[in-house]
Design a protein around this ligand. Structure first.
Ligand code: GRF
Length: 198
């Protein structure tokens, strides 16, 4: 089986990236990690990836000022040079322009810590608590131009407890993210393969 070459975009801790790297170590997993990119030079995840022998680079968005496309062209070049065929956003905290999204349309997925379509954007855990929701969770979806709007690939949920804070809820959802993301990426790879078949 040929495996799709995977680029992972991060901004920080990189625990979801780690879950993907761990899954991609299995020879029968449908993707192999070829590059990790961070918009923050000091992201902990860069170090983690390098320690695992994965090429990891920073493209510091601050060097490009307001020129988001110039920043993204740099990301795109690095991804193309690495031969990436599928991209997983894993805690990547920059909104992508339509230009970049179109470059990777149908080949880029994201993990978001809410049960989309509820709570796109930030502060998802607090918003779920404030709304009195019975459950919360995480979603993996295709990336489209609208933030956190693309078709859903998979979700995982758990009950919100009466004494949950945003922090305790986030901490309980995180392991669900780590389980969901590799499964959802495998599904996405299967879909890309089906689409690419002549
Ligand atoms: C995760 O909760 C993810 O869902 C969100 O940002 C967080 C990133 O955490 N998009 P990590 O960097 O993967 O540890």
């Amino acid at each position: 089986m040929t495996r799709l070459r995977l680029g992972i975009l991060i901004s920080g801790r990189g625990s979801n990236m780690e879950a993907l790297l761990a899954a991609a170590k299995a020879p029968d997993y449908p993707a192999e990690a070829v590059l990790v990119l961070s918009n923050r030079p000091h992201a902990k995840g860069l170090e983690t990836a390098r320690n695992q022998g994965i090429e990891a680079k920073a493209v510091d968005h601050r060097q490009f000022g307001k020129n988001r496309e110039a920043f993204e062209r740099e990301l795109n070049t690095a991804l193309k040079e690495a031969g990436a065929e599928v991209i997983a956003l894993a805690g990547f905290m920059r909104i992508l322009t339509p230009w970049f999204v179109q470059q990777w349309a149908g080949r880029m997925i994201n993990i978001h810590p809410s049960l989309l379509p509820k709570y796109p954007g930030l502060d998802t855990h607090q918003r779920a608590i404030d709304a009195g929701d019975a459950e919360a969770g995480c979603t993996v979806h295709w990336v489209t131009e609208g933030v956190d709007e693309g078709a859903i690939i998979g979700q995982a949920s758990l009950p919100i407890k009466a004494d949950d804070t945003a922090d305790t809820l986030a901490a309980r959802i995180l392991p669900l993210e780590h389980q969901l993301y590799p499964e959802a990426l495998a599904k996405a790879c299967a879909e890309i393969r089906r689409r690419d078949e002549p």
